[in-house]
Design a protein around this ligand. Structure first.
Ligand code: NDP
Length: 310
């Protein structure tokens, strides 16, 4: 007979794992679809996390996610290394389809996270992995002794620029405005870093190179002047987009594609479907806020199941 699970959690960042810890402790035996290639979400590509409470010395992103996972497993979360490829979320029993199996569930918690935004320039995809990267932690080491560029002015760009300055000879930070969006403490550290050269009011106009990145053409947004910057690496850190394209025809999204929830709850437009973390939140996007929302989604799912049972 087909098993109908109480809860299937899709995603395994801070939101998904926290939902797993809470629902597992509540005896709901959650199935966690943690991802076929990599689990752990965006923090797996982060270096040191200094602002997660309880870790006064800081902790590496992947190590923090490992702790979340261990805690969920300790209480009996059923972890599957699979990706949800499609879902049928209306109806009392929901279907979550992976390459391996179809899961049936009374409630679904969507903790799908977000993915890197691209610049959308010619050559960006072709040179991805050949100088163009979206992950400093993954690829930084390959640029030991190179001149590289980081695009963006938020916390991601600043954190990655600091990290890459351990390897690179010069880190060029290309930012479209004349001040950083990143938090002050991180911005101050970056501006004091001797290996970093700031390019204010600058955007990348073209990505140049045959088979490998060789240079970027920059345009000054104030004067309109263009210049060529010889670099062998370009790290794009201009924010993220929610992973909702594959369910956009089923569930209510906002104009940027984030799942809409009936705040303060995590209830989506579909009964029994809850959402948490970066797939909902375009504003705070912090590990701690995602974890908090994961907790709320678990409690909301529990309450919904209790209501079903009358
Ligand atoms: P953000 O949205 O905060 O920043 C994106 C940056 O990229 C901005 O500086 C933006 O410019 C720039 N940008 C956006 N689109 C383009 C474009 N098309 N071309 C050129 N530049 C562009 O994203 P982050 O990934 O940096 O951060 C997301 C969230 O995660 C934030 O809330 C951040 O605080 C958090 N975070 C926290 C960390 C920490 O605390 N340790 C580490 C990393 C992220 P402009 O400023 O002009 O808008």
């Amino acid at each position: 007979m087909t098993e109908i699970h109480d809860v299937v959690i899709v995603g395994s960042g801070p939101a998904g794992w926290t939902a797993a810890i809470y629902t597992a402790r509540a005896g709901l035996k959650p199935v966690v679809l943690a991802g076929a290639v990599k689990s752990g979400g965006a923090l797996m590509q982060t270096t040191e996390v200094e602002n997660f409470p309880g870790w006064p010395e800081g902790i590496m992103g992947p190590d923090l996610m490992q702790k979340f996972e261990e805690q969920a497993l300790r209480f009996g979360a059923d972890m599957r290394y699979e990706d949800a490829t499609s879902m049928k979320l209306d109806g009392e029993v929901k279907e979550i389809i992976t390459d391996e199996e179809t899961y049936y569930a009374k409630t679904v918690i969507l903790a799908l996270g977000s993915e890197y935004k691209k610049l959308g320039l010619d050559g960006e995809d072709e040179l991805s992995g050949k100088g163009v990267s979206y992950c400093a932690t993954c690829d930084g080491f390959f640029f030991k002794g190179h001149d590289i560029a980081i695009i963006g002015g938020g916390d991601s760009a600043v954190t990655e620029a600091q990290f890459l300055s351990r390897f690179a000879t010069t880190v060029h930070v290309i930012h479209r405005r004349d001040e950083l969006r990143a938090s002050q403490i991180m911005a101050d550290r970056l501006l004091a870093n001797e290996k970093v050269t700031m390019h204010w009011n600058s955007v990348v106009e073209s990505i140049n190179g045959e088979g490998r990145l060789q240079s970027l053409t920059l345009r000054d947004t104030v004067t309109g002047d263009t210049s060529e910057l010889p670099v062998t690496g370009m790290f794009v850190a201009i924010g993220h987009e929610p992973r909702t394209a594959f369910i956009s025809d089923q569930i209510e999204l906002d104009d940027k594609g984030f799942i809409t929830v009936a705040e303060p709850s995590t209830a989506t437009s579909l009964p029994g479907v809850f959402a948490c973390g970066d797939v909902v939140d375009s504003h705070y996007q912090q590990a701690i806020t995602a974890a908090g929302m994961g907790c709320k989604a678990a409690l909301d799912a529990e309450a919904y199941l209790a209501m079903l049972e009358g």
